[in-house]
Design a protein around this ligand. Structure first.
Ligand code: ZN
Length: 298
């Protein structure tokens, strides 16, 4: 599309492929990006607090990562290098489609290497490789409200957050211990951020929760369907809810190793062979697994 053919209201259209498709740079108009950036600044200023925002329609359905996608699109610049993962995997359909879309509308380079990326958008995992303060991790969030399990009313959960009235959450965890002998929450494990707000870290496994604590990286959380943005800034305390006699613990993979790269220090997925009936374990983080194999084969 040439300059003369620009539709009314479109301020910035790149004329050269791959972005010359009639949209502003990175798909969203500048007003939408500004609103999201303002919400992000507020979220960073009040760690763990859920900031409402006007979630835009995206070319994918709500519930498929539109919250994360809107954050990525509002922050990305042409020099960025993007990585997108879904449950740790760079190659899953959802991750590949989001990556292709952002690359097309923003013209950025993409990678599967955690260390090489400047922005990583993710669903349900934090990469195994430690991230730096030059990198952003954007998490897709299905349910932003950590208290939803104990309170269905949005007005009431807002009051509870405002007054730091978390007694019902603690009671919920206590009842879990009474019933099952331990806290059975396997993902979306509630954490206290900066000593103030109880926050949902999104459906990452417990394995990933300690990575949020005092990290070098800025973590941004986007819930498109629920229209909420929140953040965990670098060097912020993130403490999982626990009792003295029932401390928080991560999944235990002792004695198990990745069948592909031999890793014993990664979150492992269990795969059962339907024909042989055998059981093996593989790194959930496919980029980490590939990198380790490459090193071994050198
Ligand atoms: Zn592996």
């Amino acid at each position: 599309m040439t300059q003369h053919e620009r539709p009314a209201g479109v301020e910035q259209v790149q004329d050269d492929p791959p972005t010359g498709i009639g949209y502003p740079f990175a798909f969203m108009d500048d007003g939408a990006k500004k609103e999201i950036r303002r919400a992000l600044l507020k979220a960073i200023a009040i760690p763990g607090y859920q900031v409402p925002y006007g979630s835009r329609e995206m070319p994918i359905a709500r519930g498929w990562g539109t919250g994360g996608l809107q954050i990525t699109l509002s922050l990305i610049v042409p020099e960025d290098i993007l990585k997108v993962i879904d449950q740790g995997c760079d190659g899953s359909v959802n991750a590949v489609n989001i990556k292709k879309f952002v690359a097309r509308v923003a013209g950025v380079e993409v990678t599967t290497d955690t260390a090489a990326a400047t922005i990583i958008q993710t669903r349900h995992r934090i990469p195994e490789e430690p991230m730096t303060d030059d990198q952003l991790l954007v998490l897709q969030v299905p349910y932003p409200e950590a208290l939803r399990e104990v309170e269905p009313s949005e007005a009431e959960t807002r009051r509870m957050h405002a007054e730091a009235d978390y007694s019902r959450m603690w009671l919920y965890l206590y009842e879990d211990i009474v019933r099952y002998g331990e806290i059975t929450i396997s993902y979306r494990y509630p954490v206290t951020v900066n000593g103030r707000y109880i926050t949902d870290p999104s459906p990452i496994p417990r394995w990933d929760v300690p990575k949020l604590h005092m990290a070098d990286t800025l973590f941004l959380f986007g819930a498109g369907r629920e229209k909420r943005i929140y953040a965990i800034p670098p060097h912020t305390s993130v403490v999982p809810l626990e009792f003295e006699d029932h401390p928080f613990r991560t999944e235990n993979f002792s004695g198990k190793a990745c069948a592909r790269c031999g890793a014993t220090d990664a979150y492992l997925d269990e795969v059962i062979d339907n024909i042989e009936g055998t059981r093996s374990f593989f790194c959930s983080d496919s980029g980490y697994c590939d990198k380790r194999r490459e090193k071994c084969s050198r």
